[in-house]
Unconditional design. Structure first.
Ligand SMILES: CC(C)(COP(=O)(O)OP(=O)(O)OC[C@H]1O[C@@H](n2cnc3c(N)ncnc32)[C@H](O)[C@@H]1OP(=O)(O)O)[C@@H](O)C(=O)NCCC(=O)NCCS
Length: 239
């Protein structure tokens, strides 16, 4: 996860995704005591399962990268809820989960945020109701020129990009998503965004592997000096 061509700094970003099939056991033995307590506090079994699997994915991937035991890692949490590696400030990671899918983005030398959402996360009607809270006036005018289905798809792509950007900065929706502004001249699916004057690289796409209905995902990277390079690994840590 370091450099590309000689003299050219690149940031390599790894995207790890995990499909949690029904009934797949998710052991919590490598979690810290604090994580086990947090897991035990979930009322919903499926939310608990997603949380535990997310932590197992994080710990396994990062431990493999650092060459240490997964249990040895200290995953701290900021006051706004963002997990980070207390002892390795140059490595950043971020998690997102929805239904039976978990995604982890990790890189060295930049900050990172990720979001995934199911393609059927909202109906066309729900999308129309939520849009004014998320999109800027200019974005709203643009999506209103599209037909219903296309409008919902473009909105979903925009939503995950904005959420990834806000997670990159660590505040999530404590910051107004309307303030996440695409830099003029770029496409909506891959481009640069700006939050509080700081530029972000955003990479976005769809996962559709036949196991489930498909997902829209976006990764935001800040502090990167050149376009980040992405690698996608499908994780089989529980198999
Ligand atoms: C961050 C946020 C957008 C995530 O929303 P979500 O619907 O849970 O979405 P995702 O599944 O994509 O992300 C969840 C993961 O994001 C990470 N996360 C949590 N808070 C985060 C933050 N402030 N910034 C970046 N990432 C965060 C966590 O790893 C979390 O997974 P975990 O709980 O299993 O550890 C949302 O929680 C938010 O806006 N938080 C604002 C801060 C807040 O309300 N804090 C209160 C708790 S202290």
């Amino acid at each position: 996860m370091k450099t590309g061509q000689p003299g050219e700094e690149t940031v390599q970003v790894e995207l790890h995704s995990l499909h949690l099939s029904d009934g797949l056991p998710v052991p919590d033995s490598i979690l810290s005591e604090a994580e086990k307590s947090r897991a035990a506090a979930f009322r919903s079994c499926s939310a608990r399962r997603l949380f535990v699997a997310g932590r197992v994915l994080c710990r396994s991937v990062i431990a493999n990268l650092l060459g240490c035991a997964p249990q040895a890692l200290c995953l701290a949490i900021t006051p706004s809820g963002r997990p980070y590696l207390r002892d390795y400030p140059d490595i950043d990671f971020n998690l997102s989960h929805t239904k039976d899918r978990i995604a982890l983005a990790i890189c060295r030398g930049a900050r990172i945020g990720i979001d995934i959402e199911r393609l059927d996360a909202f109906s066309e009607k729900e999308a129309s109701e939520i849009m004014p809270m998320i999109l800027s006036e200019q974005e709203l005018n643009q999506v209103h020129q599209l037909d219903g289905r296309h409008r919902r798809d473009v909105f979903l792509a925009c939503w995950v990009q904005k959420e990834a950007a806000l997670k990159c900065f660590g505040q999530g929706f404590l910051v107004d998503p309307q303030s996440v502004i695409p830099t003029p001249g770029n496409t909506t699916l891959e481009g640069r965004y700006q939050v509080s004057g700081e530029a972000l690289f955003i990479h976005s796409g769809r996962i559709s592997d036949g196991e489930s209905r498909g997902f829209q995902w976006a990764i935001a990277t800040s502090n990167a000096t050149a376009w980040p390079q992405w690698q996608h690994h499908k994780s089989g840590i529980f198999f």
